[in-house]
Structure formats: C-alpha cells, structure tokens
Design a protein around this ligand. Structure first.
Ligand SMILES: C[S@@+](CC[C@H](N)C(=O)[O-])C[C@H]1O[C@@H](n2cnc3c(N)ncnc32)[C@H](O)[C@@H]1O
Length: 353
C-alpha cells in the first residue's frame, strides 16, 4: 500500500471512533511534508502537470497584475516600503512574471511561504529580489503599504464536508471500509466553529446534498485583515456565490481530485497522488472580509476583471501589430469558454492597521 494511505489507516486506528473529519484527511493528503501532494515540493503546473492555472497560461497574467499593483503604488504616492505580497507563490513563476514588468521601479516583493522546499525553488528562480515570511502573522508589523495577491490559494485549503440528512446538517468523517480503502460516514460536527457555520445553511435542500465548509479560508481572510499594510487585496480563484452551492445540480458538492488533467469525485482514492480542490464560496468570503474592516472594490468573472485591467495594455497596441502569442493568452484568461467564466476575481481595499 502507498505510504500516505497507510499512514491514514494508522491515524484512524489511533482515534477512539476510528474516524477523522475529512478536513484532516485533506490536510494530510495535500500537506504532509514528505508524502502530501503539495507538501513534498512544487509540482509541475500546466500541460505536463495535473491542471492549468492562469499563471501556467503564460506571462500575461503576471503582467496585468503588475500593472494593477503599480497603479496602487502610484495612487499611494510611491511610498518607499510599498510591497507586492504574494501567497501561494508555488515555483515562483508568477513572481518572475510580475517582476519583469515592475522592472527597476523601487517596489519590493514578498512571498508568504511556510514550506522550505518551496522557498528553495523560489529562491533559485528569483534570487535576492524577493523576501519571504512564513505566515500572515508576520505582516502585522509591516510593510505599511502594499498590494496583496493570490491565485488559486483558498481553493487548496482543507475543507470540512457537511451533508443534509433531510432533518439536519451532519459532518462527513472518513473511516476505513474494511479493505484497504476508505469511506465517508456522517456524524455530529467536530467543532463549534463548524457548528456555527452550519446554522446559516438552508434546510430546503434534497436529502444527501453535500457542501464544503472552508473554515481555513475564513481564518485566512481574518488574519489578512490584521496585516499592517494599507492597499489592495487581489484574490483570483474558481468559486461560486452562496446560492449556486445550493442548486440541485451541485448536490454532490464541488470537491474534486485532479490528475493529469482528468477530474473526478473519487476524493478518497490515491491520497497524496492527486490534487484535491474545491470551489470557494465568494459570498461567504466577502461577508467575512467586510466584517473585519475590508472593503469590496470589485467582484466579477475573471474575464471581465482582467478585461478591464488589460485596457491600457490593449491600447498600447494602437498603430502597432498585436502580439499574437499574448493575444492567445488574453483569450485563454478571459474567454467565457476557457478561464473567463469559471474563475472569479475579488479586489478588496485594505485600510491600514
Ligand atoms: C492550486 S496551487 C496554485 C499555485 C499558483 N498560485 C498558481 O496559480 O499556479 C495552490 C498553492 O497554494 C499553496 N498553499 C496552500 N496553502 C498555503 C499557505 N497557507 N501559504 C502559502 N501557500 C499555500 C500550495 O502549496 C500550492 O502551491
């Protein structure tokens, strides 16, 4: 048996009821430092990897983000400590793309990166132009001016699964199925925070309707709101509004596993060998952000947000031939049939702390 499922069997056997919340299983599968899908070090993203992201499409995404960050820098009066802060920087590709547009402007770049293997890969690519912190708590003491960005970060946070029984919301736990495999089993919510979230879910759904609750995302946005910088927060991810999660067509939830560009719902199989990911609930994220002092500036389909951000770049082609390769990237990022509709962008204004 591969090591990670074996470790999970051992962990399950060590619990009193022989089961663990799915959130802990997802944490293990993605972030175990040796055998987790992400924990073990940056995987290839793109054609040769398991999935594409806007970063893997090409350098245009970074160019547009750099232009947006530079607008913020200028709007704040070009302060000396202005810092572009990225979280989920993976192998450093997006940082490289952004920095090539920033050029020699005196703008700093900081990556929030807890995993030393990722820091190593990022250092190799980016050298001394970048600094690192391990977590968001380190941003409480500075910088004072910034532009925070992340692409496909909260979709990779471990989530709890809950299922409507017809009478109440129950949490889904994972247990051994008697063979080498695992199965879901319902039970009471494993913690108070989850219990509180579940209180706000509707009751008029079909029996068996399953949803993900991303408590880590709520903790994350609260933590980000405590950072010292004033400026903007740019979040791009695939996600939905709250009501879309309750549609009968989504009764199975949005949790999926990805491997070699194949996607399915067998999320308890090949643990550690596949990416596990969910759509994020933007309605819930925005509500939590506003409750903690952040201000919604823009929330829309990625196609529309990047379309607006790209206007100065598109205008720069006036009288010159279009760059065909870059236009193909623009199409992939913004066309509704590609990434334009399934991805959404949220831009928040962040006051100083
Ligand atoms: C779907 S990948 C996206 C990678 C990259 N941003 C892109 O768009 O190509 C998710 C990334 O988030 C990282 N990640 C997850 N939790 C994190 C955390 N708390 N801090 C920093 N990175 C994190 C993972 O290691 C992984 O590199």
């Amino acid at each position: 048996m591969p090591l990670l499922p074996q470790m999970l069997h051992e962990q399950l056997a060590a619990t009193p009821a022989g089961r663990l919340p799915f959130e802990q299983v997802m944490e293990l599968a993605l972030y175990h430092p040796e055998h987790g899908y992400y924990g073990a070090g940056p995987r290839r993203i793109g054609r040769e990897g398991d999935f594409f992201t806007s970063v893997s499409v090409g350098s245009l995404f970074g160019k547009l983000l750099a232009m947006r960050a530079l607008q913020e820098w200028e709007a704040q009066g070009e302060p000396e400590d202005f810092t572009i802060i990225e979280q989920g920087g993976h192998d450093g590709q997006l940082a490289e793309d952004i920095l090539s547009t920033v050029g020699d402007r005196p703008v700093r770049y900081l990556i929030v990166e807890p995993n030393p293997r990722y820091r190593e890969a990022q250092t190799k690519r980016l050298g001394s132009r970048v600094r690192w912190v391990e977590n968001l708590a380190a941003l409480r003491s500075g910088p004072k001016h910034g532009f925070f960005l992340c692409n496909e970060l909260p979709d990779a946070f471990p989530v709890h699964l809950v299922r409507w029984s017809g009478e109440r919301w129950e949490e889904l736990f994972v247990e051994a199925d008697g063979t080498e495999a695992f199965r879901f089993v319902p039970g009471d919510c494993s913690n108070d925070e989850l219990e509180e979230e579940v209180k706000h879910l509707p009751h008029d759904l079909e029996t068996g309707h399953t949803l993900e609750i991303n408590l880590a995302m709520l903790r994350w946005i609260r933590e980000l709101a405590q950072a010292a910088f004033r400026g903007a927060i740019f979040i791009a991810d695939y996600g939905l509004d709250a009501e879309e999660f309750f549609a009968d067509s989504r009764a199975g939830g949005t949790i999926r596993r990805y491997r070699q560009h194949q996607m399915d719902g067998h999320v308890l199989e090949d643990l550690g060998g596949c990416d596990l990911t969910t759509h994020i609930n933007f309605t819930r994220l925005i509500a939590e952000a506003l409750r903690h002092g952040l201000v919604e500036r823009e929330y829309d389909l990625q196609g529309r947000v990047l379309g607006r951000m790209a206007m100065p770049w598109l205008q720069s082609f006036e009288g010159r031939p279009l760059d065909a390769a870059m236009m193909r990237q623009f199409n992939s990022l913004t066309h509704p049939a590609f990434m334009g509709r399934s991805f959404r962008c949220l831009i928040l204004e962040k006051p100083a702390r």
